[in-house]
Design a binder for this molecule. Structure first.
Ligand code: ATP
Ligand code: LTN
Length: 334
């Protein structure tokens, strides 16, 4: 299935946690960017289940979420004939490299991570896994010598840390890792909550009206968008608009793939009610075909099993050879 991973062309790697319903922020910030660039590189897209268990997950629900997420990758347009879809825990080298990198990562670097601070504030007791989370992410990337990592804006700090870890390892043990570059989408890198445009749209947020999930039925999508928080004005003014209106325009622009000029010409002066109607229609029209593909894919569990098996089989030799090299550099093993 597809070409064998041979590292003839630069590699792309990214991942999403199977920790809840995927939303339009994940789709616009990550998945559409993956789909857009996948054929220009050797592409590996991970379902990062080892990251998900840094906070408690009900085992039966996690099992289902992992498969659902793989189906959503495919429904979004990831092409399994070309790209590898990999369940992180099915390739043991992720965890092994994470440990080796933990040993070259100063605690102070991890203490500075804003995502850790935000997530830790929500937990009664903090697992060590949550603290080490960014090192595991660095391992995902460095394991495949990925040159490009397409993510949303919230991951910039983790990517910087990944480069710091790679540099430190290279300085201590000799040139080993490729330095990965971050790739943000031009529009949609940070979609905000529809109920509160000052907070990033997030899978783990619980408020009604916060997000549009990729599998929400059309009526629900319309309702959520029509109720989105805007500001006290009544018509779109590109000079003075608040974050709620900017977020709605951003969502429309990312789905429609329009230029800034097109956006201004079409939306300047439009009443908020009409803006919301048009955003809702755009989102529904883009998600309906994705939802149909998702239903098709999930009706054939054998197909999904095959894609995940092929993904793990293709990447394992690459992952194993990096771990072998790293251990050799560190003086470990025979
Ligand atoms: P959680 O809030 O539960 O941590 P999440 O919604 O942030 O989850 P992740 O699995 O952490 O989702 O992120 C998957 C990908 O989606 C990452 O590349 C991340 O940068 C991107 N992403 C997440 N939220 C947004 C958002 N609101 N806007 C744009 N991109 C996003
Ligand atoms: N930490 C990321 C998910 C993630 C990832 C990765 C992204 C885990 N490993 C490797 C890019 C590359 C997140 O929370 N969104």
């Amino acid at each position: 299935m597809g070409f064998p991973l041979g590292h003839m062309i630069p590699r792309v790697l990214s991942g999403v946690q199977p920790s809840g319903n995927l939303h339009i922020g994940n789709y616009l910030g990550a998945l559409t960017n993956w789909v857009r660039i996948q054929h220009d590189y050797e592409s590996i897209f991970c379902i990062v289940d080892l990251h998900a268990v840094t906070v408690f997950q009900k085992p039966d629900e996690l099992r289902v979420s992992i498969r659902d997420l793989a189906a959503l990758f495919l429904a979004s347009g990831i092409d399994p004939k070309h790209s590898r879809i990999v369940v992180q825990s099915s390739v043991p080298a992720h965890a092994e490299l994470a440990w080796l990198l933990t040993c070259v990562t100063p605690m102070g670097w991890l203490e500075r991570m804003t995502q850790f601070k935000a997530k830790a504030a929500l937990q009664e007791s903090i697992g060590d896994g949550l603290f080490q989370y960014p090192v595991l992410m660095a391992a995902d990337i460095l394991l495949y010598q990925a040159a490009i990592v397409p993510v949303g804006e919230d991951q910039l700090q983790h990517l910087e840390l990944t480069r710091d870890i790679a540099q430190r390892f290279n300085a201590l043990y000799g040139e080993t890792f490729v330095m990965p570059a971050t790739k943000l989408p031009a529009v949609g890198a940070r979609i905000m909550g529809l109920d509160d445009p000052s907070a990033k749209m997030s899978k783990s947020a619980t408020g009604a009206g916060h997000m549009v999930a990729l599998l929400d039925p059309p009526e629900r999508i319309k309702k959520t968008i029509m109720r989105a928080t805007t500001d006290s004005g009544s018509g779109v003014d590109f000079e003075t608009m608040g974050p709620g209106v900017a977020n709605l325009l951003n969502i429309f622009q990312a789905f429609a793939d329009w230029s800034n000029d097109q956006m201004r010409a079409h939306f300047a002066g439009m009443r908020y009610g009409d803006l919301k109607k048009q955003v809702a229609e755009m989102v529904v029209s883009k998600l309906e075909p994705l939802q149909a593909r998702y239903r098709e894919i999930t009706s054939d569990s054998g197909y999904l099993d095959g894609v995940l098996r092929a993904g793990a089989e293709a990447v394992t030799p690459v992952a194993d050879s990096t771990v072998r090299l790293v251990k050799q550099r560190m003086g470990l093993g025979a």
